[in-house]
Structure formats: C-alpha cells, structure tokens
Design a protein around this ligand. Structure first.
Ligand code: AMP
Length: 196
C-alpha cells in the first residue's frame, strides 16, 4: 500500500478534539508520510525551554494562536526535509498561513493533494478535550480555554477551508466513532480517490 502513495501530501483539518492528531499519526504510518504537527513541535519546544518554546508558551496557555512567523518557520524548516509525502496537522490555521504555505510549496515544487476535513458535533469535541485533559494534562484543555480555541477555529480557521474548497481539494469526513473505525473510514476514502 505504501510505495504507490509515497509522495502524497495531505492537510488534516478540523476543530480541536476531533481526533486529527491521532488520525494524522495513523495515516502517516499507513501511507509512510512525515507527520508534522505544529502543536507538537511547539509543545516540545516548551518542554526543552528553547527560545521558540518560551515565546509560544504564553499564547498556548491562553488558547490563542502563536504568531504566524513562529509557525511559518516550523513549516519552512521541517516540512521539506523528507523524501516522502507529508501530512500537516494544525497548520494552516488562518488565511495568512494558507497563503504562506502556497508560497513555500511553490518554491519547493510541491503541491497539496488532499485536505481532509474531519468533523464532529461541538459537544463531542468538548467532552473529548475534557477527557484528554485527564490523560495528557495539556495546559490548554481547560473549559474556558477550550471555548476560546473553538471560537478561533470558527472565526479564523474555517475560512481556510473555504480557501481550499474553491480548489475542490476538500473531503469532509465524519470523525465520530472509535479511533479504529474513523481510521478505516478515512483510509477507504483516500484509497477511493486514487491519488498520485
Ligand atoms: P494543537 O495541538 O494543534 O491543538 O495546537 C495547540 C496550540 O498551539 C494552539 O492552540 C495554538 O496556541 C498553537 N498552535 C499550533 N499550531 C498553530 C498554528 N498553525 N498557528 C498558530 N498557533 C498554533
């Protein structure tokens, strides 16, 4: 299954709590893609106390976006250091980032093959984030902050979906179900597209 798809480039899109990180990891494994999560990179920079981590922490704690130049730099430094295709998780999160991504992809002679829009009802998202708080103890999985993150998703990130919708690259898929069920469902959909 892997070789055929080795240059497939995917963006996984969806609100916090929909399971996009979990699904991105599984898809990266299945299709042999590099998984790049800007949130994961920022969280490990915080743990390592790097200058980027120090800068990002105050924003993440409040549920706000980290400035574009910080996340854009992660993309520029890490997305293209791979022979395989990639799956981007948590980026782009606003229109300026989507436009920046276009620019760097153009420079690298790469393109986005598919945008997966994973969706679930708001109450399910909130419940999942509260449950994740118990397991992962994330700084930003606190009720008030969760509300703010969902609000930013509605106001700033949803327009990114329209941006890609105009190019007809979006597949909206149902993210309700067990991890395994959702994973199977996404894979079936990707395989049916016969990309590459
Ligand atoms: P995530 O793990 O994707 O939910 O990201 C956790 C937090 O990291 C977000 O709430 C933001 O504070 C920050 N973050 C991650 N990716 C981005 C991005 N593309 N733009 C701005 N902030 C980001």
């Amino acid at each position: 299954m892997t070789g055929f798809y080795h240059k497939m480039n995917i963006i996984i899109f969806g609100p916090q709590g929909v399971g996009k990180g979990t699904q991105a990891k599984l898809l990266a494994k299945h299709y042999n893609l590099k998984h790049l999560s800007t949130g994961d990179v920022l969280r490990s920079a915080i743990v390592d106390k790097t200058p980027m981590g120090t800068k990002a922490e105050a924003y993440i704690e409040k549920g706000e976006f980290v400035p574009d130049n910080v996340v854009n730099e992660i993309i520029e430094n890490q997305l293209f250091k791979t022979e395989t295709g990639w799956i981007l998780d948590g980026y782009p999160r606003n229109l300026a980032q989507a436009e920046y991504l276009d620019l760097v992809l153009d420079k690298a002679g790469q393109k986005i093959d598919l945008v997966i829009d994973l969706s679930a009802p708001k109450q399910i998202l909130k419940n999942r984030m509260m449950a994740r708080k118990e397991i992962e103890n994330r700084l930003d999985d606190v009720e008030q902050i969760i509300e703010r993150r969902l609000e930013l998703f509605e106001n700033k990130t949803k327009p990114v979906l329209d941006f890609y919708n105009k190019r007809k690259m979006v597949r909206t898929l149902n993210g309700v179900g067990s991890i395994k069920e959702v994973n199977k469902y996404i894979i079936c959909n990707i395989d049916a597209l016969k990309l590459d």
